[in-house]
Design a protein around this ligand. Structure first.
Ligand SMILES: [Zn+2]
Length: 113
């Protein structure tokens, strides 16, 4: 196993893992508590979650991650989320209505069609 990505929070680590999953690269997220369980690296409050893949998948994984870093991450996240025009709650892309106030997802705001 090799570390291919070090993220600032667990959500980002899961996002990277999702990208790798789509390319059929099995990835593992390791964070402080998990490392403590594995006993390989001492856990500390500063330990950040990281994404690991098999040695044979490192090259492909790094390629995907580099692509994401070059503008892909923000663009992909923007596509996946939308903001409620009424209460400004940020929703994930699979929701068609605001779970907080029930406002339907606006159709006209998408400029990246
Ligand atoms: Zn709302």
């Amino acid at each position: 196993m090799q570390q291919v990505y070090s993220s600032r929070d667990l959500a980002e680590a899961h996002f990277v893992k999702g990208l790798l999953d789509m390319e059929e690269i099995p990835a593992t997220i390791q964070s402080g508590p998990l490392q403590a369980v594995l006993g390989s690296i001492p856990a500390s409050p500063e330990t950040l979650p990281s994404v690991w893949v098999d040695d044979s998948d490192v090259d492909r994984a790094m390629e995907i991650i580099n692509e994401m870093k070059h503008g892909g991450l923000a663009a992909t996240q923007a596509k996946l989320t939308w903001t409620c025009p009424k209460c400004a709650e940020v929703m994930e892309g699979q929701f068609s209505r605001c779970w907080q106030c029930g406002t339907s997802r606006p159709e006209a705001t998408s400029s990246a069609v």
